[in-house]
Write a protein that binds this ligand. Structure first.
Ligand code: G6P
Length: 611
């Protein structure tokens, strides 16, 4: 989603801002812009619809030079992706703002500011901020003080940065609901919505907290809380992330991240497994005591993370006998929820900044849950900070918008949760934990075997290149895997894909099946296999082409219209993790064949920080 970069230095900052924007490209955007306090002593800006490259080319032709600047990648919410809606927005040529989030009271503010004579040049909610700030500065000339007064009138979510032609010694920023981080340099300082944007200039960061206002000068950073109290925020040295910077030998980040799965699954397991048991303390020192009290689990997440939660429900109920509900965060947060006594609230999120998931966690705190646990990939995220317990997935930075390694590491974390709860409560069947711990240790090797099928899957992808619709089928814990497979395909190849529990086939989707609609199925060798085989017959009888990822021992063979891709045998409980891999590869290769923008699919964002 939108990205912010800012810099105040003694050198020209244009290249720093552009590099920062490029590093944020993965988040998804549709236009980009930069504003600088130029050496001529005025604010100048350049904005372009499309990629940061377009902006860069324009700046190469006609450079902007300055030592103070802000830049932005915009993902349209209010107002179409057109140049006049791209940030930075100006007021009276004196102030420039970039903003992530949504100002909910923009309409009354706009009316008021118009009646005060302000001219609006965009359709965005953002523009009210800069005019309101300009208005405030008539009575409160100090930029920082005026920003403090301005944010008091804003409702909604924002991470914003402002520069002023009249006070070009600083960059000011405010955070409420949308993350911001200050990057500390030597005689120069920076700001961004994600520390990845600043990795080329510093590894020392200060994370703004909710309600913080920051005044960033070349040689100092001052921060105030929403209540106006001056505070110091901890300086964090950030070492993770270097490996994310380039694609290495891979053509796309997504393919690189798919291939990283054995390594990151290994990392997610590290220090969390004893000889025959999961180490419950991995969830925090008070986890064992808390887990003993848990009688129910409520999982909340969005997108791919929601699918991980759906798999976990099969595990929590099937292995640990603990009742579990799973819901998408955008529904959970606005629904009247009845909370069963002693329910553990579990949020799952790669970024830890997804607006709906965060809001659901905040609601949960009012609803009387026993405790909150975040399964998250980002240690410094809002979700982690605001939860009672955390289990970090160790996927490393994920750049491809379509989530891959984050998903499989979430599944591993959720299996650790299932076994921990079952262990503490004594609800696991004899021998299950020891067996699964051993199988988890072998999982990275198994994932490596699944990845070795890369070229086989690439061939199968050819069957999809000309198709417009596909159906994904699975049963049991493979149903959410089918959902995730369908989501991946639609996200990056733009082919319409739907997932169904295979048993539901004859209740509707069978009407769609013909030779133009390939049907993808995941078929591990479990007690549902025979039932699944009947479902496959139903498809074949209607001329539907079948692509079946099947256990090598499942007894399924290639035939006319049936393409069987043999999968290494794996214990059934871990099959969802293994079977995800070929489905990721399938969508990847279909997208490559279709020539889409694999890492930054149209209209999507990596981290959805607005509702
Ligand atoms: C966006 C991303 C998805 C992700 C979802 C939830 O839609 O494109 O890949 O699954 O947000 O994000 P989270 O960071 O909370 O897991």
């Amino acid at each position: 989603m939108c990205g912010i970069v800012g810099a105040v230095a003694e050198r020209n900052v244009t290249a720093i801002l552009l590099e920062g924007l490029k590093r944020l490209e993965y988040r998804g955007y549709d236009s980009a812009g930069v504003a600088l306090f130029s050496n001529a002593g005025v604010l100048e800006r350049r904005r372009r619809v499309g990629k940061v490259n377009e902006l860069e080319q324009s700046l190469a032709g006609e450079p902007l030079v300055g030592r103070l600047g802000i830049a932005h990648t915009r993902w349209a919410t209010h107002g179409a992706p057109l140049e006049h809606n791209a940030h930075p927005h100006f007021s009276s040529g004196e102030l420039a703002v970039v903003h992530n989030g949504i100002i909910e009271n923009h309409e009354p503010l706009r009316d008021r500011l118009k009646s005060l004579g302000y001219l609006f040049t965009s359709d965005t909610d953002t523009e009210v901020i800069v005019h309101l700030l300009h208005h405030k500065m008539q009575d409160t000339p100090d930029l920082t003080a005026a920003l403090k007064a301005t944010v008091k009138e804003l409702h909604g979510a924002y991470g914003l940065a402002v520069i002023s032609a009249k006070q070009p010694d600083r960059l000011v920023a405010a955070r409420s609901g949308s993350p911001l981080v200050v990057g500390l340099g030597l005689g120069e300082n920076f700001l961004a919505s994600d520390q990845l944007a600043l990795r080329q200039v510093t590894d020392r960061f200060m994370y703004l907290e909710e309600g913080d206002i920051a005044e960033i000068r070349r040689d100092s950073v001052q921060i105030w809380t929403a209540a106006g109290v001056s505070v110091e925020r901890e300086i964090v040295q950030y070492r993770e992330g270097a490996e994310a910077a380039d694609k290495g030998e891979f053509r796309h980040f997504m393919l690189k991240e798919i291939h990283e799965q054995p390594k990151v699954v290994q990392r997610t397991l590290e220090n969390r497994l004893g000889p025959e048991q999961v180490l419950v303390q991995a969830f925090g020192p008070q986890a064992a005591e808390l887990f003993a009290k848990v009688r129910n689990v409520q999982i909340v997440a969005c997108g791919t993370s929601y699918h991980a939660g759906m798999v976990a429900r099969y595990w929590l109920e099937g292995l640990a006998g603990i009742p579990c509900q799973v819901e998408v965060a955008s529904e959970f947060r606005y629904r009247k929820v009845v909370v069963q006594p002693d329910t553990l609230f579990v949020s799952i999120s790669q970024s830890g900044e997804t607006a709906d998931t965060l809001a659901a966690l905040r609601n949960a705190k009012e609803l009387g849950f026993l405790a909150s646990l975040a399964i998250c990939n980002v240690s410094i995220s809002s979700l982690v900070r605001e939860s009672d317990l955390t289990l970090l997935t160790q996927a490393g930075p994920e750049i491809g918008v379509a989530s891959t390694k984050a998903f499989t590491t979430q599944l591993v974390a959720l299996m650790l949760l299932t076994l921990s709860l079952g262990q503490v409560k004594g609800t696991l069947a004899a021998g299950v934990e020891a067996e699964l711990v051993e199988e988890l240790r072998r999982l990275p090797t198994r994932l490596g075997e699944a990845l070795a099928m890369d070229s086989t899957v690439e061939k199968v992808a050819e069957l999809f290149a000309e198709k417009n619709h596909t159906l994904f089928l699975g049963r049991g814990a493979q149903f959410p895997v089918a959902m995730e497979g369908a989501l991946k395909l639609k996200e990056i190849s733009y082919i319409h894909a739907e997932a169904y529990p295979a048993g539901e086939l004859k209740h509707g989707p069978l009407a769609l099946v013909d030779s133009d609609m390939p049907v993808v199925t995941v078929a591990p060798n479990n007690e549902l296999l025979e039932k699944l085989k009947s479902n496959l017959q139903e498809v074949r009888a209607r001329g539907g082409e079948l692509i079946v990822f099947a256990d090598e021992q499942a007894g399924l063979n290639n035939g006319e219209g049936t393409h069987v891709i043999s999968m290494p045998h794996i214990i059934d409980a871990l099959a969802p993790i293994l079977y995800t891999v070929p489905l990721q590869l399938l969508s990847y290769y279909v997208a490559v064949l279709k020539g889409t923008d694999v890492d930054q699919p149209r209209n999507l964002a990596k981290s959805v920080t607005v509702e």
